[in-house]
Design a protein around this ligand. Structure first.
Ligand SMILES: Cc1cc2nc3c(=O)[nH]c(=O)nc-3n(C[C@H](O)[C@H](O)[C@H](O)COP(=O)(O)OP(=O)(O)OC[C@H]3O[C@@H](n4cnc5c(N)ncnc54)[C@H](O)[C@@H]3O)c2cc1C
Ligand SMILES: NC(=O)c1ccc[n+]([C@@H]2O[C@H](COP(=O)([O-])OP(=O)(O)OC[C@H]3O[C@@H](n4cnc5c(N)ncnc54)[C@H](O)[C@@H]3O)[C@@H](O)[C@H]2O)c1
Length: 480
C-alpha cells in the first residue's frame, strides 16, 4: 500500500492544480484518473474541444470576414466533421501532452483507475483490467467533476440524440438540430451549428436565456442568432424525444412537435460522486451529486477537500483551477490571498462572444445604486472596421458619485480577452477618470475603454451642468 501526503481524485483542471500546488510545497502527491487520458471534461469533451471547434468553424466558414468580403465569402463550402475534428484532435493531443509533462516534471504520481473510498484516509483504485491498488493519504482532494444530466425519458444513442459529451463524435454536420436548454453549453453549440448552416431550434423552459448577463447584450446575441436562422422557443419544456428512421421528433409539453435530424440535450450536469462511495469517507452528496464545502473548499470531513464542478457554481475551468490551488495550500498550511468573488469574469463563447465582470444594470437598479453607462461601439473604433466587426460593443457601468467601475460588459470579437482590462481596473478600485486619462494603442479594441469612459463622463458632466444651471436659476429667482 502506497502512502501520500495528498491524493487527488480526478485529473481535470481542479485536480491538476491541486496536485501541482502540493508538489511545489514539497509534498508527495498522486492523481487518480479513471479515463485512459488526463485532463478531464475540460480537455477531452468540454472546454478545449468546443473552443477549438469554434475556431475551426469561424475559420472555415469565413463568417468573421463576410463584412469585408461579402456575405457569400467562405473558405470551404462543404465543411465536414473531419475538417472540424482534425483541428480539435490536434489541440486536445497537445494539451494532454502538456498536462502529462507538467505532472511528471513535478513528480506527481499518476495512477490510472477508478477510485473508491474504503475509509476517510483509504482509497481503492481499480484499473481497466480489474487490478486493484490501495493507497492511503493524509489529505484528499475530490475533483471528480460532472457528467451531462440525462433524463430517463430520453433515449441517447450518441448519433441522433446526443449530450454535450457525445456531440463531438457525430459523423456528419446535421441539416437541422434541436438544442434543449439555452444554458451556456446549449447557446455555444447553437451558435456553432447555426454558423455551419444547420437549422437550429433552441428550447428553453425559462422565459429568457442567460439571464445573469447584461440584457441589452443578450438581446443583441439573440438578434445575431436569429439572423443566422436560429428559432427560440422560450417558456417551453420538453416532454419526450422520439427517434424515427427518418429523424427525431421533440415533443413539447405545450403539444408542439419539432422535427430535426439531431437533438442536443444540454440541460445541466450532475456530479459524479455516485461511483466514488463517498459515504465510506463520511460524506453525503446532494440530489445532483454535488458536495458541500466551506470557503477553503473543505468538506465536513476535515482532511477531505472538494474542488471544481463537483461543488457546483460557477463550474468553470477557470474557477476549478483556482479552487484546486487554494485547497492544496490550505491543506498544507500555506498562506493564500483573498479571492474577490465580485471580480470573477464570465466568458461565453457564443458567436459573437460575450464576456463580463461585475454587476449588471438590472442588479444595480434593483439595489438602488446610482450609475451611469458609457458605451463604445466597435463600428466607431478603427480596429472594429479593420476586423469587419460592426456590431460589437463595450459597456462600462460607472458609480455616479464614486466614479468607480461597477461592471464591464463586452460583446463581439475578443470580448473574453478585453474584459480583463476592466477587471484589473476594478481590482485596483480605479475610476472612470483613469480610463479617460489613459492612452491606448491605436488602432485597438482596447481603445474602446477610453471611448466608453468618455461617453460615461460626458453624461455625468451633462447632469452636473443641469444641476449647476438649476442652482443659478434658483439664485436668480431668489434675487428677483
Ligand atoms: C461543452 C463544455 C464547454 C465548456 N466550456 C468552458 C469554457 O469555455 N470555459 C470554462 O471556464 N469552462 C468551460 N466548461 C466547464 C469546464 O470544462 C469545467 O468547469 C471543468 O472541466 C471542471 O473541472 P474539474 O477538474 O472539476 O472536473 P473535470 O474536468 O470534469 O475532471 C474530472 C475528472 O475526474 C475523473 N474521475 C471522476 N470520477 C473518478 C473516480 N472515481 N476515480 C478516478 N477519476 C475519476 C474524470 O474521469 C475526469 O477526468 C465547459 C464544459 C463543457 C461541458
Ligand atoms: N464558456 C463557459 O464558461 C462554459 C461553456 C460551457 C459550459 N460551461 C459550464 O457548464 C455547466 C453546464 O452547462 P449547461 O448549459 O448544460 O447547464 P445550465 O444548467 O447552465 O443550463 C441548462 C438550461 O437548460 C434548461 N432546461 C433544463 N431542462 C429543460 C427542459 N426539459 N426543457 C427545456 N429547457 C430545459 C434550464 O432552464 C437551463 O437554462 C454550466 O454551469 C457552465 O458553467 C461553461
Amino acid at each position: 500500500m502506497d502512502h501520500y501526503d495528498l491524493v487527488v481524485i480526478g485529473s481535470g483542471p481542479a485536480g491538476q492544480k491541486a496536485a501541482i500546488a502540493a508538489a511545489k510545497l514539497g509534498k508527495r502527491a498522486a492523481v487518480v484518473e479513471r479515463r485512459d487520458m488526463v485532463g478531464g471534461v475540460c480537455i477531452n469533451t468540454g472546454t478545449i474541444p468546443s473552443k477549438t471547434m469554434r475556431e475551426a468553424v469561424l475559420y472555415l466558414t469565413g463568417l468573421n470576414q463576410r463584412e469585408l468580403y461579402g456575405q457569400s465569402y467562405r473558405l470551404k463550402n462543404e465543411i465536414t466533421v473531419a475538417d472540424l475534428s482534425a483541428r480539435t484532435m490536434h489541440v486536445v493531443g497537445k494539451e494532454i501532452d502538456v498536462i502529462q509533462n507538467q505532472l511528471s516534471r513535478n513528480r506527481v504520481n499518476l495512477i490510472l483507475g477508478s477510485a473508491t473510498f474504503v475509509s476517510p484516509h483509504e482509497i481503492d483504485v481499480e484499473g481497466a483490467s480489474g487490478d486493484l491498488k490501495k493507497v492511503t493519504a493524509d489529505k484528499v482532494v475530490i475533483a471528480v467533476g460532472t457528467r451531462p444530466a440525462r433524463p430517463s425519458g430520453v433515449d441517447f444513442d450518441g448519433a441522433t440524440i446526443v449530450d454535450s459529451d457525445q456531440i463531438l463524435g457525430m459523423d456528419h454536420v446535421p441539416p437541422s438540430m434541436v438544442v434543449v436548454g439555452a444554458g451556456v453549453i446549449g447557446i455555444e453549440y447553437a451558435s456553432m451549428f447555426a454558423a455551419l448552416g444547420t437549422k437550429v431550434t433552441v428550447i428553453e423552459k425559462r422565459p429568457s436565456m442567460l439571464d445573469f448577463c447584461d440584457r441589452e447584450i443578450i438581446e443583441a446575441l439573440q438578434y445575431q442568432l436569429r439572423e443566422r436562422g436560429v428559432t427560440f422557443r422560450f417558456g417551453e419544456s420538453v416532454l419526450s424525444v422520439e427517434r424515427h428512421p427518418s429523424g427525431t421528433l421533440t415533443v413539447l409539453e405545450s403539444g408542439k412537435k419539432i422535427p430535426a435530424d439531431t437533438v442536443l440535450y444540454s440541460a445541466g450536469r450532475q456530479g459524479v460522486t455516485d461511483e466514488l462511495k463517498v459515504d465510506a469517507a463520511g460524506l453525503t452528496p446532494d440530489s445532483r451529486g454535488r458536495l458541500t464545502v466551506d470557503a477553503d473548499c473543505r468538506t465536513e470531513v476535515g482532511h477531505i477537500y472538494a474542488v471544481g464542478d463537483v461543488i457546483g457554481f460557477p463550474a468553470l475551468a477557470a474557477t476549478s483551477m483556482e479552487q484546486g490551488r487554494r485547497a492544496a495550500y490550505h491543506a498544507f498550511g500555506e498562506p493564500v490571498g483573498q479571492t474577490r468573488a465580485e471580480l470573477q469574469p464570465i466568458g461565453i463563447y457564443s458567436i459573437p462572444e460575450i464576456s463580463y465582470v461585475g454587476r449588471t444594470e438590472d442588479e444595480l437598479t434593483k439595489d438602488n445604486v446610482p450609475f451611469e453607462v458609457g458605451i463604445a461601439r466597435y463600428r466607431e473604433l478603427a480596429r472594429g472596421a479593420i476586423m469587419g466587426d460592426s456590431f460589437g460593443m463595450l459597456k462600462l457601468l460607472v458609480h455616479a458619485d464614486r466614479r468607480t467601475l461597477l461592471g464591464v460588459h463586452a460583446f463581439g470579437s475578443n470580448a473574453t480577452e478585453l474584459v480583463h482590462i476592466g477587471q484589473t481596473v476594478m481590482g485596483c478600485d480605479g475610476t472612470v477618470d483613469y480610463l479617460v486619462d489613459s492612452v491606448f494603442n491605436y488602432p485597438t479594441l482596447a481603445e474602446g475603454y477610453k471611448v466608453a469612459a468618455l461617453d460615461a463622463v460626458n453624461k455625468m458632466r451633462a447632469i452636473e451642468r443641469v444641476r449647476a444651471e438649476g442652482h443659478s436659476g434658483d439664485l436668480d429667482l431668489d434675487v428677483g
